[in-house]
Design a protein around this ligand. Structure first.
Ligand SMILES: Cc1cc2nc3c(=O)[nH]c(=O)nc-3n(C[C@H](O)[C@H](O)[C@H](O)COP(=O)(O)OP(=O)(O)OC[C@H]3O[C@@H](n4cnc5c(N)ncnc54)[C@H](O)[C@@H]3O)c2cc1C
Length: 427
């Protein structure tokens, strides 16, 4: 069987030591079989184990192989579309529940890091940076919206104040969220996997689920074995492929690219991001960046609809980085990688049941570090018979992308071009 390794990212190169995990061989019986060892699967497993369930995770490659081990590392509150969109989509009680959960993920991550002593370079503070007056107005409205749902750690920054946070003249202002922040994403996943195992959970790597046999006790098959369980949780997200065509029909894998510079001097790093906060801009196709613990600038952006891997990632992302920080003209890029997230048409998470005992959560559309941790808690609650919060997410309507399998990529890219143009023109 082919062994699937991590992509050559900065995160893989600086990963904490973790054990070689076995592939599944033979038949196993458990309470819950989780498909996928990203944040969704790991968070679900941890919450279940903490409540006495027996849990096995099947991972096609390695823990954190997907988006969870490759992302920008930015702890961003709420969802890819904000709570006001949710309020227009579902009844007020469900919207209220999802609004409150929009700020829970960061707290779960911090609790995990502390409780399980996970070394993942956690830092507090995230900034949304605005290019124009329209984006500033949007941030002011976002602050009021988030405050209405009880989130108070927000501060609007004017042009002078954002210059104290990002050494870049392109922004007219921003919003600081002190409950945002950043992490080494792969090390968070590896730490959560170690916690799963410490609580008695089993993780099988290099073990893609190839088929789910439905029934009173569903059975998940791999090439060399199977797991019989009371419940199955599907957490394969953009890497799930066509295992469940009914899920694939209403979502689309998309790629985002990231580069990491060589380590900068302490002075140079502090001159770019003096407070060491992470930053994402307010454009529809946004750039996101932050410093690593060893003072590299980690810079991401760009979306490839349909998730084809671009040939030269540095050629796509370096010009974006230099637009923000022209002073890095002579700095070397040490790593460049791509990863896939799962887009839904509404850009809201796709959550539900495929049967009484088969649950899923996916499709957080590029903003998933916090949501996936909430998803784990909500999935675990549902399996324990408390499904109110799960059902709130499950009530979000989802539709196929226009154009079907053939035309959804060019049509979505066309839509994004329209929104990018609006960003450039500031209307
Ligand atoms: C480049 C990039 C940058 C991003 N930056 C940010 C950011 O800064 N902040 C933010 O909030 N969000 C960000 N995101 C989004 C965020 O990383 C994701 O939303 C989140 O990690 C998704 O977690 P997940 O567990 O649902 O999926 P994944 O982490 O993708 O995990 C799914 C796992 O399932 C496994 N799998 C799939 N199919 C099978 C199968 N059949 N059998 C067994 N295993 C299977 C895969 O191998 C994979 O390990 C980014 C995403 C990308 C790609």
């Amino acid at each position: 069987m082919t062994h699937i390794a991590y992509p050559p990212s900065f995160y893989a190169a600086s990963a904490n030591v973790s054990p070689q995990r076995p592939a599944l061989h033979g038949e196993v019986e458990t309470d819950v079989c989780v498909i996928g060892a990203g944040y969704t699967g790991l968070s679900t497993a941890l919450f279940l184990l903490e409540h006495g369930f027996k849990v096995c995770i099947l991972e096609a490659a390695k823990v954190g192989f997907g988006a969870s081990g490759r992302n920008g590392g930015q702890i961003v509150n709420s969802y890819s579309r904000d709570i006001d969109v949710i309020e227009r989509s579902v009844d007020p009680k469900k919207a209220q529940l999802m609004g409150e959960m929009a700020f829970e993920g960061g707290r779960i991550i911090r609790d995990r890091v502390q409780r399980y002593q996970i070394a993942c370079d956690l830092k507090d503070g995230g900034v949304f940076a605005a290019f124009n007056a329209k984006q500033m107005k949007h941030l002011e409205a976002q602050k009021r919206l988030w405050q209405r749902f009880g989130h108070q750690q927000l501060e609007i920054l004017d042009q002078q104040q954002i210059r104290q946070v990002v050494a870049c003249d392109n922004y007219v202002g921003g919003m600081l969220d002190m409950s945002g922040g950043h992490i080494h994403p792969l090390n968070l996943a590896l730490g959560e996997a170690a916690a799963v195992e410490a609580l008695g959970g089993a993780i099988y790597e290099q073990s893609p689920a190839t088929r789910i046999e439905r029934g009173n006790q569903p059975r998940v098959h791999t090439a060399q074995g199977s797991i019989k369980a009371r419940f199955v949780v599907v957490a394969g997200n953009a890497y799930l492929g066509n295992l469940l065509p009914e899920l694939a029909a209403k979502s689309m894998p998309c790629g985002s690219q990231v580069i990491a510079t060589e380590p900068l001097s302490a002075e140079q790093a502090a001159s770019l991001l003096p407070q060491d906060y992470c930053v994402e801009d307010c454009n529809y196709l946004l750039d996101y960046f932050r410093l690593s613990a060893d003072k590299r600038l980690i810079y991401g952006g760009g979306v490839v609809y349909g998730a084809r891997d671009p040939a030269n990632i540095e050629a796509i992302i370096r010009p974006k980085m230099l637009k923000t920080f022209p002073q890095l003209q002579n700095v070397k890029i040490d790593y460049a990688w791509t990863g896939n997230f799962l887009l839904t048409l509404s850009r809201l998470p796709q959550v539900g049941r495929l049967a009484d005992n088969i649950y899923y959560s996916q499709g957080c559309s590029g903003h998933g570090v916090t949501y996936t941790h909430v998803a784990g808690k909500v999935l675990a609650e549902a399996l324990r018979g408390q499904a109110e919060r799960f059902d709130a997410f499950a009530s979000l309507p989802h539709y196929p992308f226009p154009g079907g399998r053939l035309l959804r990529v060019p049509l979505t890219a066309l839509g994004a071009t329209y929104y990018s143009l609006r960003d450039k023109l500031g209307f």
